[in-house]
Each structure stands twice: as structure tokens, then as C-alpha cells.
Ligand binder design. Sequence first.
Ligand code: MRU
Length: 345
Amino acid sequence: MLKTIEWTGSAVRLLEQTRLPMETAYVEIHDEKQMWDAIKRLVVRGAPAIGVAAAFGVYLGIKDAHGAFDQRLNEVCDYLATSRPTAVNLFWAIERIRRVGAAAGSAEQRKARILDECLAMLEEDVRACRAIGEHGAALLASLRPRTSEPLNILTHCNAGACVAVKYGTALAPIYVGVEQGMQFHVFADETRPLLQGSRITAFELKENGVPVTVLCDNMAASLMSQKRLDAVIVGADRIASNGDTANKIGTMGVAILARHFGVPFFVAAPLSTIDFSIDSGAQIPIEQRDASEIASGFGRQTAPDGVGFYNPAFDVTPAEFIAGIITERGVVRAPYVAGLAALRG
Ligand code: MRU
């Protein structure tokens, strides 16, 4: 699997996801401004990856600080928190690093602890995604226990290895299932406007030998009406205490279609994506992105000048449409308030 994010010893090496699938390029990030820009421009993207990236961004921003360490730490943390608003992993990771950095000790000791924490996050991410994969693969296997035919899975956006350190979330059950001998055919929604599904999901599944078919977002109803889909699995940017889930724009429509056609719709996410401070999805801030992504995405004008554009990056799927949330601690079913709270431990 491609390495999405890696510490080189002096910089962070990121897979340049805006160039996929034509080019597998990497960029080195040396300071917090470059990291802010990489997160904003989706060079690194997806909830778990931007959390880990932001944590390293804090380290890069404080590693050369002399004097007024606390002030600098808070400045860098606050700055990186403005890069994107919806994925809660970003804030979860920054606050975790802020706490570690605020603990007693010399500036040099605190810098060393921050770096250790960032490295620990890399490891934890792999373990959490692997566990999501194991729980998810067992769940998928239970949907059609006696078949040797491939399971047909639809996904939206990219929640695979490119959004985490390894495995990813929504695609982790596929990767782990393949290791266990299961077979899949994945249908990847193209995912307008930035095509994370066709550019990234299709790319990484192909690289890993998993059969994949790309469809435009507006073809999902047609697919569901004609093809037997076993499940839909998507990732999440933020899950409220009641299970309402923010994910890439278009996800809610897929969930509603899945309900109509009787296809189980699952969300896969680590605990760091659950925001227990909010009661429902109505409180999730939704990122609005630049009109140019719709008007002239990928360098070609596709709408006339002088018209308005609506470009929210995420929508919120009400919990009632979600058949289960696959986490590293197991699959949670409705009622989600109790089920998710029980996971907190
Ligand atoms: O705007 P993006 O590409 O960062 O959006 C990513 C998604 O919506 C993913 O589905 C989500 O972050 C889950 S990734 C585990």
C-alpha cells in the first residue's frame, strides 16, 4: 500500500493526493504553514489522515521555538485548527498534542514528547484501521454467509488507505476481507466535485488488486435498482453522539437511496471521529469550498460566468439511515446514543 503520511526524521512526507491517479508524487512538509496549505488544498485529506498530519504540523511549528514555548504552542495549534472545519479528527489530534505540550518540563523535553505523541498516533491509526477492517469483514461475511461469489459493495468518496496511515476505514473491511480469502467487487462513486472516488478509491483498489467499477454520482439509483448490492460502506468526518454522520457531499443521498432499495448502509470510522460534545448532526460545521471547484474544476470551465454556485464539502446523514457504525471496538447498532456512549469506556 502507498504510504500516505510518513515522518522522515526532519519533515513529513505526504502522498500528493491532488495529483492522483496520473502521478504518484510525494511532497515534503517542513513547517506549519506548508502543513496548513496541504490540508486546505487536500494534498492530504480524509479525517484520520488530516488529524495525524495536523499533529505533525504542530510539531514542525514548535520544534525550533526558543522561549515563550506555551504561547508558540497555542498559536500553532490555533492556526492549524483553521485549516478545515468539519472532520473532528483534526481538532481531536490538535487538542491531544496541545495537552501533551502543556505538561510540565523543559521546552526540549516537551518538544520530544510531542514528537513521540505524533509517532504514537501513526501507530494507533494503523491498529485502529486494522481492527475496523476485521470487524467490518466479519460483518460483510455475515451478509451472504454461504456464497463464494464476490460481494458487491458501493462506496462514496475515498475512505481507503489514502485517508489513513494504512487500510483506511470504509475500505479496511475490503482489504482485510481479501487477506482472509473473501472476494469483492467495489462500485466507486466518482464523487463530485473533486472526484475522490474515481481518482483515489479506484486507483488504490486497482493497485491492490480489488475489482472496481466507477460510476458517476447520479448513477447510484440506477445501479441499486439493477444490480444486487450487498452493502454500502462509507467513511465519516464527524459522527454526533446520536449517530448522525457527516461525510463527503452526496453521502446522504446514497443513504436515502440505499434505504429505498433495501441495501444496508454502513459507516466505518475510528472513535476519534465521534464528537461526543454534540448531540446531533445539526451542530456539525459544514465546510463551504470555493466555487472554482465546480465552475472550472480540473482546468476547464464547465458553467457560464456570472452564475451562483453551491459547494458544501460534506452533508449529514441522519442516523436513522445507518444500519451500523463499524469502529475499532466493534459494530454499533441503533440506538446509537447508548451504543456509542458504551464505546467510550
Ligand atoms: O474532502 P475530503 O476528501 O477530505 O473528504 C473525505 C471524506 O469525506 C471521507 O469520506 C472521510 O474523511 C472519511 S475518511 C476515513
